[in-house]
Design a protein around this ligand. Structure first.
Ligand code: KG4
Ligand code: ZN
Length: 336
């Protein structure tokens, strides 16, 4: 049989998702049931509510993914599932569902690292992209600069010391009254603002040129708006958003470019929710062009959490022989 079909499940945070992927590169279906509206009421993801919602949705989402792909379980070669990192209760729902389906249908089970999935999202729309390359993974929970040596083989060369990039976007958005989730809202409002209006710090970690720190810029924004409020001044939401976004993207681009030079890289792929940020894409594209580096990024739907990317990663794990037992568990702090 020359065709490999993976049914993939993702439930690590607040999206219940299932997808069918053919031969690791072709998405036959990509179903996402988002809980964002629900969590918006609380200003962020409430883990217990996320787990309960996953339980309600998981079967429906899996059935929809199979139906949209026009396949049945019998056609599927393996079940891939995110087993970490993420919220433990949320992960457990996906893992339990995947195990049950795989066991009942007699299919192999493949646990996938969530970040490996984010990076693999780049393979969907860039059929020519193959390792080795560099990846900057920027999401709500992670900020990693990764050397992708081969499919499923990674070296993390830089990471955040405190907040993840997406986390900083979410916290700043909340502080300036934009609500949750903050990233897309800051992206939109920033288009009306001046990125040079306010000078927020660009933190570089001493002796660790590839590491990141975003708690300083976040605090600087909070201090700035508190200062305005104390003086009875009205601040420009758009200018704060644009200046904050510029401070964060400047550091992401600077560290990525530093790595590209040092490691003599010719391909850079960004991944994760923040990779859909328009200012980051623009700035990284310009920087890569100046250095003659090929720049890759997934469409926004494949940047934020989805199961198609898990299906892609599971396909390459499938080829390299990875199989998990029925004792597969959720690992909230799983290492790459
Ligand atoms: O990858 P993802 O869906 O979930 C995690 O694995 O964490 O990333 C979600 C994060 C959130 O922090 C969200 O605010 C951010 O990605 N995000 C953005 C944009 N779209 C999503 N940040 C900046 N600009 C965006 N356009
Ligand atoms: Zn994610």
């Amino acid at each position: 049989k020359k065709e490999v079909l993976i049914l993939a499940i993702e439930s690590s945070c607040d999206e219940t998702a299932a997808a069918v992927v053919r031969n690791g590169r072709e998405v036959l279906s990509n179903v996402i049931s988002s809980q964002i509206a629900l969590h918006t009421l609380y200003g962020g993801v409430v883990p217990e509510i996320a787990s309960r919602k996953h339980i309600e949705k998981i079967n429906q989402v899996v059935e929809a993914a199979l139906a949209e792909a026009d396949v049945t379980l019998a056609d599927i070669d393996a079940i891939g599932v995110t087993y970490g990192p993420g919220l433990v209760g949320a992960l457990l729902v996906g893992v339990a569902a995947a195990k049950a389906i795989a066991y009942a249908a007699g299919k192999p089970l493949i646990g996938v690292h969530h970040i490996e999935g984010h990076i693999a999202a780049n393979f969907i729309e860039h059929k020519e992209l193959e390792p080795p390359f560099f990846s900057l993974v920027v999401s709500g929970g992670h900020t990693h600069l990764v050397r992708v040596k081969d499919y499923g083989q990674f070296d993390i060369i830089g990471r955040t010391r405190d907040d993840a990039a997406g986390e900083a976007f979410d916290k700043v958005a909340r502080a300036i009254g934009l609500g949750y989730p903050g990233g897309p809202k800051i992206d939109k409002v920033a288009k009306e603002g001046n990125p040079e209006a306010i000078s927020f710090p660009r933190a570089h970690v001493e002796d660790a040129p590839y590491d990141f720190s975003f708690s300083g810029v976040k605090s600087a924004v909070l201090n700035y708006i508190n200062g305005c409020q104390m003086k009875g001044e009205v601040y420009s939401q758009a200018d704060v958003a644009a200046s904050f976004q510029k401070a964060v993207t400047d550091v992401l681009v600077a560290n990525a470019m530093h790595a590209v030079e040092e490691y003599q890289v010719d391909k850079l792929a960004i991944a994760g929710g923040v990779a859909s940020n328009s200012a980051l894409r623009e700035a990284m594209k310009t920087a890569c062009e100046a250095k003659g580096v090929e720049f890759y990024y997934p469409s926004p739907i494949y940047c934020t959490d989805n199961a198609a990317m898990i299906g892609v990663a599971a396909y390459y794990e499938y080829l390299s022989g990875t199989r998990h037992g029925w004792d597969l568990n959720a690992v909230p702090n799983l290492k790459l």
